[in-house]
Design a protein around this ligand. Structure first.
Ligand code: FMN
Length: 189
């Protein structure tokens, strides 16, 4: 039987925060349905900034030698990616944005019209948390801003969403809300 590989990326500096707890729960569910999980804490990785050289459009991997090669290897090998990142300024934290920049040529090929996806068929799930309560978080573009940024990368790469889950009003919550748990369970079947 083929191994089912899942790449789980934590894009938060808080290893015990709300976002990490969401990721841990999704990993737990994924393992139950047979995924072999590799977990990467982005804040522990050595990743230089994208220099915009665009060499990766030909090589499909960034030519700067640091921890990006390991991430590219897992991204190409896996069947599913879980990305968990908190809302920072109605967007994503800088290391997550830099990861996307570093993965330009891994995710897509340039053509004279639309970009051609290079990670077609893989699945992804997005997890985020923010302090703004619902529905203000969505109306004022807080969580929707972060989800949109993350979605742009995976959609362009040709991947299929299985869930986009937001935990709002996170500063008032000691545990994951039942609703958030249920949503993760529903997606991870
Ligand atoms: C630099 C920074 C920017 C933030 N920007 C927003 C924001 O725009 N909207 C919001 O609702 N919460 C914002 N927050 C709050 C975080 O999204 C919230 O605390 C989140 O739950 C943190 O998750 P974590 O502890 O799992 O990393 C921000 C926090 C930081 C540190």
């Amino acid at each position: 039987m083929n191994e089912k590989v899942l790449l789980a990326i934590l894009g938060s500096p808080h290893v015990n925060g709300t976002t990490a707890t969401m990721l841990d729960y999704a990993i737990h569910k994924a393992e139950k349905i047979g995924y072999n999980v590799t977990r990467i804490n982005l804040y522990e990785k050595n990743l230089s900034y994208c220099t915009g050289c665009r060499a990766c459009m030909n090589t499909q991997t960034c030519i700067q030698k640091d921890d990006i090669q390991e991430i590219v290897m897992w991204l190409q090998k896996c069947q599913m990616v879980l990305l968990a990142a908190p809302v920072y300024w109605a967007n994503i934290p800088a290391p997550v944005k830099n990861l996307f920049d570093r993965l330009l040529g891994t995710a897509m090929e340039e053509t004279s019209t639309f970009p051609k996806p290079r990670l077609r068929g893989k699945k992804y799930m997005l997890l985020t948390s923010c302090n703004t309560p619902s529905p203000l978080s969505w109306i004022f573009g807080q969580s929707s801003g972060a989800i949109r940024s993350m979605d742009e990368f995976f959609k362009t790469a040709g991947m299929k969403p299985i869930g986009k889950i937001v935990c709002t009003g996170a500063s008032n919550k000691k545990e994951l809300p039942k609703q958030t748990i249920k949503k993760i369970e529903r997606c991870m079947k």
